[in-house]
Ligand binder design. Structure first.
Ligand code: THU
Length: 155
């Protein structure tokens, strides 16, 4: 692990800003629409103007038509505050079926979308997410989550 990935062994190790953003994501879990997987996911973005934008997973009877929480939050930011940079992201989850001792990590599609936002705003952002029920991963530069990703210049 390089300095870009920092493992924090207790919630108390998070900064106030991370805690506040995580609390916003946790509150948003109630709004997740996950009747098929029963697996609620929420993401919260701290924008550089201080606005917090949340997103929750949106499932659909035609399963692949659903969308992850991370992309819902990112696309909301793109739609509502297209010229405001994203400073930080927090991700959390809750299964309605079982208590999980594991964490969550964004899927490849969401990493691709994060990368495009990072290039659009010409600045990376940090991310905080649970690795277990009380271990947290702080990623200082979210771009590192997708090495060799597909870029505009490839088009
Ligand atoms: N999901 C997310 O919203 N974000 C992730 O990082 C992983 C998975 C959603 C998609 C689907 O609604 C449910 O979790 C189960 O895969």
């Amino acid at each position: 692990m390089t300095d870009n990935f920092i493992i924090l062994h207790h919630r108390s190790k998070l900064t106030d800003e991370e805690n506040e953003l995580l609390a916003a994501a946790e509150a948003a879990l109630e709004n997740a629409y996950a009747p098929y997987s029963h697996f609620r996911v929420a993401a919260a973005l701290l924008m550089e103007d201080g606005t917090i934008i949340t997103g929750v997973n949106q499932e659909n009877a035609a399963y692949p038509a659903g969308l992850c929480a991370e992309r819902v939050a990112l696309y909301r930011a793109g739609a509502e505050l297209p010229n405001v940079k994203i400073n930080r992201m927090a991700i959390t989850f809750r299964s309605d079926r079982e208590d999980s001792t594991e964490g969550i990590s964004p899927c490849g599609g969401c990493r691709q979308v994060m990368m495009e936002f990072i290039h659009r705003q010409n600045q990376s952002f940090a991310l905080i997410m649970p690795l277990t029920n009380d271990t947290w991963l702080r990623v200082l530069n979210a771009e590192a989550l997708l090495p060799f990703g597909f870029r505009t210049k490839t088009l």
